[in-house]
Design a protein around this ligand. Structure first.
Ligand SMILES: [Zn+2]
Length: 366
């Protein structure tokens, strides 16, 4: 018997076929997600020692997975080991675990026996769009942290053992009218000589946070900075955002620059400034271990954006207070972005001196 399309339409069978097709389609669409409980959700709020963060996350097997690097905010070191396609997490206390991505377990190092014990995980570590995501709660609990999920399930609250340690330095004592001028991203040979000329003319010392790769290009400029009595701080080798770097890379950035400064001028200070002011608790611990302090600022002139001298002076007048640290730059720029910095500098010095301020280097403020 041969059925035409018209006869199919006329029969009830057509609607049965259609219903089956739709059911199969829905099944294919939803089953994998129910099975793996995997879903990409927008953002998760996390507080770590009462400081707020946001992170992307995946929910898998009923557990929250976050990018491995996010855990650096809690003070654990996070590294990538290509050979075993694993995330390595370690603490100051020599505790060390390795999470192979794609597996539902991790290895824990038993340092006494130099043996890695396998421990089951409640969820599988996953590669998501090129980044390893790992279950945050069981891992951080393993490292002695207290974790609570808010009743609305929207905020994860973490208390670390390092709550009051490893802070950045924003400003000095407010008892004396002292302020520090700081210049980041140099040395180079366009703006730096101008800044040095003005500082010499006004008989003032400042602090230069230098980039290692720039010191390599302009060693003579760094020698002049040192010779003229200014303080030199470390601003990494090539100015990365440290939040996006593995712990080992952060350490390399700092040490390589420290060595370059020492080789060029014979000594180095204990001052460091994170590019963009962007840093995690793990990076602050690394700095502490290397004998360095992270120096931020209390007055942001935003000079890098091409601000005019007038705009820079207005920011300084609004934000200055005793102990203040003023952020400015000395990078080379084809767009002459820092012309305002040079024009404003003598006026900043004159105006603040008239208000009774004295200029010191950052190490004097500490
Ligand atoms: Zn910078």
């Amino acid at each position: 018997m041969k059925k035409t399309v018209q006869s199919l339409f006329k029969s009830n069978n057509f609607f049965i076929y259609l219903a089956c097709f739709l059911l199969c389609f829905l099944f294919v669409l939803f089953i994998p997600k129910v099975n793996g409980e995997e879903s990409m959700l927008a953002n998760l709020n996390v507080t770590i020692d009462k400081q707020s963060f946001q992170t992307s996350y995946i929910k898998k097997d009923g557990h929250i997975l976050v990018p491995a690097l996010f855990l650096k905010h809690s003070g654990v070191f996070v590294d990538w080991e290509e050979l075993h396609h694993s995330v390595l997490i370690s603490s100051q206390k020599e505790q060390k675990i390795a999470l192979p991505i794609g597996e539902k377990y991790y290895y824990e190092l038993n340092p006494k026996e130099d043996f890695w014990n396998r421990v089951d995980l409640p969820a599988t570590s996953t590669d998501y769009e090129g980044s390893p995501y790992i279950p945050i709660v069981p891992i951080l609990e393993k490292f002695g942290m207290e974790i609570k999920l808010d009743s609305d399930e929207k905020t994860l609250n973490i208390k670390t053992p390092y709550e009051n340690d490893y802070q950045s330095f924003y400003k000095g004592s407010t008892n004396q009218k002292r302020v520090a001028l700081t210049f980041d991203d140099g040395p180079e040979n366009h703006y730096t000589p101008e800044i040095l000329r003005i500082l010499k003319d006004k008989k003032i010392s400042a602090t230069f946070f230098v980039v290692g790769s720039q010191v390599e290009k302009h060693p003579e400029m760094l020698r002049q900075i040192a010779r003229e009595g200014h303080t030199i701080g470390n601003h990494t080798w090539d100015h990365p955002n440290l939040i996006k770097k593995w712990s080992r890379e952060v350490k390399e950035e700092i040490i390589k620059t420290q060595n370059m400064i020492t080789d060029t001028v014979g000594s180095h200070s204990s001052l460091f400034r994170a590019p963009y002011g962007s840093i995690t608790k793990a990076d602050l611990i690394t700095l502490h271990e290397l004998g360095l302090h992270n120096i931020l600022w209390s007055v942001d002139t935003l000079d890098w954006s091409g601000h005019s001298a007038k705009e820079i002076l207005s920011v300084v007048h609004k934000q200055i207070s005793p102990g203040g640290i003023i952020l400015q730059h000395n990078f080379q720029s084809e767009e002459h972005l820092l012309d305002g910095t040079i024009e404003a500098l003598p006026k900043i010095i004159d105006d603040l001196q008239k208000q009774g301020y004295t200029f010191v280097t950052v190490d004097d403020l500490m």
